[in-house]
Design a protein around this ligand. Structure first.
Ligand SMILES: Nc1nc2c(ncn2[C@@H]2O[C@H](COP(=O)(O)OP(=O)(O)OP(=O)(O)O)[C@@H](O)[C@H]2O)c(=O)[nH]1
Ligand SMILES: [Mg+2]
Length: 507
């Protein structure tokens, strides 16, 4: 029987939004008293919540299909539909959420963290909400949009401060049982532990968590034994404790060679980017089973070697509890230091892995087709508007066309080269295909001139006041000039005559 699951694929379906309602208020002496259709309710989300009380993904292994409730329909008399109930899926702290392509979406490492894995659909507006001074009695309402539907992949990576690693039967489970209230299965055959166990240790005023992972053997990184499968659970532990068995009777095994094997396997484990490789983390050594006399002798023998390699070594026995206090306080020190460092470093900027919406509200992709180009309109808004449109209702289709126009879709279609009759598709796939009939504003642009520069405007014979004023001044100036010229001529003539007269007089 499976009792622990750390990987599961969930099939999620969020609730659909309820449709808006078309209704007209009727009163005894006012049969058409205005639109009163209510809005549809929103569809329920499917939310993942990190819960420290949950330790396994087992329940999702048994029932991986989860869905949110649909939103209720809007009704007459301004009654809105009820919002669909959201579903909360409690998952262990340390659950990594990945999309169907295997990309990490979010890491639920903090207790209480929530992630809306499947957002519910939007409720449609009723005709009351669609009314405005220009459209007093809309004969249509918007449909609810479908909720998100798809698969997400959950992978549990235990979050603990300390990980106990070592050969099978080295006494890891016994150690966690001796240090904490955890009661894992303990037995003298290898691979007793098949999944990680968590325990909470209180040392002085420091409290930390310890994880006991299944035993490793030589070749684990190539899949031997339980393989490296479970090293995933070590990945998030700050500190490692090597539990070395000093009382093993197996030939060819001694604490030093055991340690080398485990180190080699840990070194082969690829940690995700940005994390400290396992072997660069603080490591302590626990020489276990020293209640057995030969084990104590062996421990005394190997300790100088291990200390020479730079390890802090603790002789322990999970049976007599010797050395456990020292070990747990040494661990508490390391954890406390690590926490102090963490508290001092500023929290790194949050990275949004799946940014919502692009800067542009839509884009048009031109695709070649057998019957000429297809213009595909992509973007959250246009796609949602199409989902909200009741294509049986002409008014609703007109409303959709207006919305698209307002967003600038028509202008953009024109810019990328669509002509009247071009095939236009909204969204991926071929759900909504139509022939483009440009509305008036874009038809004007077909005349290739920018707005407001219609050539016919230039034929206007009426002059502006300014033009008339200028014309008047020009005429006045011309008259004045002419008068001055005449005057000058007259003077000249008179002078000529005058001179002649003088000459005549002189003769
Ligand atoms: N004498 C003695 N026996 C011990 C001690 N610690 C553990 N054992 C025994 O060693 C055997 C294995 O102990 P476990 O705690 O199950 O070992 P494990 O490392 O968890 O093993 P796997 O889960 O198989 O990897 C059990 O029979 C324990 O009773 C100890 O300090 N002294
Ligand atoms: Mg065990």
């Amino acid at each position: 029987m499976v009792t622990f699951v750390d990987r599961v694929t969930l099939h999620l379906r969020a609730g659909k939004g309820g449709n808006g309602c078309v209704s007209v208020k009727r009163e005894k002496f006012k049969p058409l008293a205005g639109p009163d259709g209510g809005n549809g309710g929103h569809g329920g989300d499917v939310v993942l919540v990190a819960d420290p009380q949950v330790t396994t993904l087992l329940s999702y292994h048994h029932s991986p299909h989860r869905s949110g409730d649909n939103g209720g329909f809007g009704m007459g008399d301004h009654r809105s539909g009820a919002n669909g109930e959201s579903v909360e899926l409690r998952v262990p702290v340390g659950t990594v959420v990945k999309d169907a392509a295997g990309e990490t979406i979010i890491d639920l490492v903090v207790p209480g963290m929530r992630y809306v894995a499947a957002p519910g659909g939007q409720g449609g507006l009723g005709n009351a909400a669609l009314a405005n001074p220009k459209r007093k009695a809309p004969g249509f309402a918007l449909l609810g949009t479908p909720g998100w539907e798809g698969d997400v992949f959950l992978e549990l990576k235990t979050v603990a401060d300390v990980a106990l690693v070592g050969y099978p039967s080295a006494g890891k489970s016994s150690l966690i049982a001796a240090l904490s209230a955890a009661r894992p299965k303990i037995a003298d055959y290898p691979f007793t532990t098949l999944h990680p166990n968590l325990g909470v240790v209180q040392a002085g005023d420091i409290r930390y968590t310890v994880a006991d992972v299944p035993g490793l053997i030589e070749g684990a990184s190539e899949g031997k034994g339980l393989g490296l499968e479970f090293l995933r659970h070590v990945e998030r532990c700050t500190t490692l404790v090597h539990v070395l068995d000093c009382a093993t009777l197996e030939p060819g095994r001694d604490p030093l060679s055991d340690l080398d094997v485990i180190l080699a396997e840990l070194g082969n484990y690829p940690v995700p980017e940005g994390q400290l490789p396992l072997l660069e983390r603080p490591q302590l050594i626990a020489l276990n089973k020293i209640d057995v006399p030969e084990a104590q002798d062996l421990a005394d023998l190997v300790r100088p070697d291990l200390e020479a390699r730079g390890y802090r070594v603790f002789d322990i026995s999970t049976v007599s509890h010797a050395g456990l206090r020292q070990l747990s306080f040494a661990l508490a020190d390391i954890i406390a230091q690590h926490r102090a460092v963490l508290a001092a470093t500023p929290e790194p900027e949050r990275v949004v892995i799946r940014p919502k919406g692009s800067v542009k509200e839509f884009e048009i992709r031109v695709e070649g087709g057998t019957y000429g180009n297809i213009y595909r309109i992509l973007g959250d808004k246009p796609v949602r508007w199409v989902q909200q449109c009741d294509f049986q209702n002409e008014e609703a289709v007109g409303f959709l066309a207006d919305r698209l126009e307002k967003l600038g879709v028509e202008d953009e279609l024109f810019r990328v080269g669509a002509i009247a009759g071009s095939t236009v598709v909204i969204g991926e796939g071929d759900a909504i295909v139509f022939d483009w009939h440009p509305a008036l504003s874009s038809a004007a642009e077909l005349m290739t001139a920018p707005r407001g520069t219609d050539p016919r405007l230039d034929l206007n014979p009426r002059r502006t006041t300014a033009q008339r004023r200028d014309w008047y001044h020009e005429r006045m100036d011309a008259k004045a000039d002419a008068r001055a010229e005449l005057e000058a001529e007259r003077i000249a003539v008179r002078r000529a005559q005058g001179t002649n007269a003088v000459e005549d007089e002189q003769e």
